[in-house]
Design a protein around this ligand. Structure first.
Ligand code: ADP
Ligand code: MG
Length: 314
């Protein structure tokens, strides 16, 4: 990017929004760095859409300071709008047009000239796997396909920042995963993404940083792993081995994972607590194998971020 850029892509300081007497956002502050996927996570009514609407200059804040690309949303809305993409919560599509035609129209709206549009549309149709539905009318698409098209068409114009307001609502797990993977692949090219959801797993799958919002207040801000470390109950790794659990084996396990609690759980089985179970388990398997200890079975029971979330918003 050639433009002058501030340190953060999004900078929000003490943002307040009132609808009449109702406070929807209460002193919300956070930063999003360039090239990151930021997850804004919260239950219904938490204030996610209100935040997106303010960040995308559709709604004015009651007070506080909001900067996108270092530009004030109150003063530079058109400059900001040129460089962002928005997929709002309400699906929008022209029912009677085919996917390809609607996309072309959308490109026209963005002032993209014809040859460039054709080029871009081909690219998008390929990367978002829309070949089979390119000539299907919008109102004949499934919810999942509609969403995919809605996200895909944003890529027709150049943007530095993409806002997605609960893009996976109404999608089945497969369609959801497919959509998240499309977004992921686009993020690799340096796009910054602001993504709202009420589903923890999604945030965990997609996001570098997560803010949890509840009743208009941010109650946590961290990486997915950081959140689990701070607020999650520990995971329990269970390892079943061929031989009997000896003092030696217990010692080996505790050397591998000094911070864990290690419990003998029957003749051949160990229970080990861990906040980073994948890593701990890999190390355990490596070390056990090195010492010729035969592993029969392993399992991890993990607290999901969902647990963290539910504990926090309760
Ligand atoms: N236009 C509006 N007028 C009055 N209250 C609103 C309006 N939009 C949202 N709210 C209220 O503000 C709160 C936050 O809403 P919203 O930002 O839509 O939450 P979310 O997107 O997290 O579900 C809710 O209590 C909602 O009822
Ligand atoms: Mg919403």
């Amino acid at each position: 990017m050639t433009h002058l850029r501030s340190d953060s892509c999004i900078s929000v300081t003490q943002l307040k929004k009132k609808y009449g007497e109702k406070t929807a956002l209460d002193e919300v502050s956070f930063e999003v760095n360039y090239g990151k996927v930021f997850g804004f996570l919260g239950p219904n009514g938490a204030g996610k859409s209100t935040t997106i609407n303010i960040l995308t200059t559709l709604l004015l804040p009651s007070s506080g300071n909001v900067k996108i690309f270092g530009l004030d949303v109150n003063k530079a809305s058109s400059a900001i709008r040129k460089r962002i993409g928005v997929v709002s919560q309400q699906p929008s599509s022209e029912a009677n047009l085919t996917v390809e035609r609607a996309m072309d129209l959308y490109g026209l709206m963005w002032g993209i000239e014809r040859t460039k549009r054709k080029e871009k549309i081909t690219e998008i149709i390929n990367s978002f796997d829309l070949q089979e539905i390119r000539n299907v009318k919008n109102d004949e698409l499934s919810i999942g396909q509609k969403r995919r098209v809605q996200v895909a068409r944003e890529f027709i114009h150049e943007m530095d920042l993409l806002f997605l307001d609960e893009p996976t609502v109404g999608l089945d797990p497969t369609a959801r995963r497919v959509l998240l993977d499309y977004i992921k692949s686009q993020v690799k090219s340096g796009l910054t993404v602001f993504f709202t959801t009420h589903i923890m797993e999604e945030a965990e799958y997609l996001c570098d940083d997560i803010a949890i919002i509840n009743r208009g207040k941010i109650i946590a801000f961290d990486t997915p792993l950081g959140l689990k470390k701070k607020y999650g109950k520990e995971n329990i790794i269970q390892i079943q081995i061929k031989e009997k659990i000896s003092e030696l084996i217990l010692k080996l396990a505790s050397n591998v994972s000094p911070d864990s609690q290690i419990i003998k759980d029957g003749e051949n089985s160990l229970k080990i607590t861990s906040i980073d179970p994948q890593n701990t388990l890999t190390k355990l398997i490596e070390n056990f194998t090195l010492k010729g200890i035969k592993i029969i079975n392993v399992s991890i029971s993990s607290p999901s971020l969902e647990d963290v979330f539910l504990t926090m918003v309760k």
